[in-house]
Ligand binder design. Sequence first.
Ligand SMILES: [Zn+2]
Length: 457
Amino acid sequence: MSSIAIFGSYVLSRRDDTQDVLRDHWVLIEGKKVAAITKDRPSAAEVHDRPGRFILPGLMNLHNHCFSEAVARSHTEDGNGRRNNQSIVYTVLLPLTKRGADLLSAEERLAVARLGILQLLKGGATTVMEPFRNTIPEMFDAAEEMGIRFYGAPYLFSTSDAKAGSDGVVRYAGDDGAVDLATWNVLYQRWNGCGEGRIGLAMSPHATDTCGPDLLRACAARARELGVPITTHLAQSRAEVETIGKRYDGRTPAEYLDWLGLLAPDLLAAHCIASSDSDLKLMAVRGAAVLNCPRVFARSGVTAAFGRFAEHGVRTVVGTDGYNMDLLGELNAASMISKLALQRAEVASAPDLIEAVTATAAALVKRPDLGTIAPGATADLTVIDMTHPHLQPLFDPRRALIALGNRANIDQVIVNGRLLIDAGRYVHGDEAAITTAGAAAIGKIWDLPEAQAAFNG
Ligand SMILES: [Zn+2]
């Protein structure tokens, strides 16, 4: 059995179910498990004894979009691509991602997927939940091959081609998601449990305004039959709130999901920025969770404050959505934006945010063996190099990590006891080759006339 010993100047452990930072301890990994946390140097086949390391449970990024992020990057900032100040999700990103997925070969889609997984790993994540078009199943291949823990969430739509009209309203017709549900089932059969258990699926109806009642009920029934999490986009714009209100007797998007039985502890709902206070209270009562992704909204001038959801008692975690997959950068933004929005410095504290992407996230996917460093826990670890000049001198490692850290400080990423990132580099492939191939494939999408019109018109 393989064994790895890592020295941590700081090790994030738990005592009485709260965080406890140990000074100068070793973490011993045997096989896929944490075997011990010791004061003395243990014997191990592989020893990493570097100064100033902060060993954390593997960070969990439960909402990200590798493919559409790559399509959008450096095109959509500063309001580019927007019309009438509308969100670009339905007008630009979904149509372009669909066209792009059809246009690229399987090898090119795999190249984009690899680039995305590389970013996620280098951003510090050991576990990700990635909602994506079901025409990009290569996301699973890349995740299996590259070693990350992956909840693939292939979308279901009530229409196969969700587009907003000039009024911003999404309309749909067709098979009401029957083909998407069949595709999801095929992918589940093919992938669930692969990669020595690292690969799983989440049920992924796209959003409240692109999925009708029958499809949402069918999704929930199937997910609960299999015991997989349900993830969706909820109240991500004012337009969505208006659309759902008009369609369903004045219900809010949260009330719509509650009416259909989806607002429950197995629901991970992205964004909720247009949720009312009473919606958030309802979510807290039902045990549903918010996936807070502050930077994609900040980019558009919209506030998505972790602290607002947390203060309503809603279980809240942090994901990168379509913003460069730097989970430490996202936590920093979650902290700053919460303090600005609530005008209080103590909200969204460093321990709160670290808890969100470790123990809370692990609880949401019902994996108590993740999100903690303890004997018997699964050996998913994120190790931060706290010796960088911008992190020194250092009094409190958690505050330093959230207030001052970013992806450049990621030293090691370990999943299932296997070292994937070491000294900040991916150790099982050529980063430059992965990056070049992914960028070339995305370039084909950027060359499409509709992309030119959307971004340069
Ligand atoms: Zn999303």
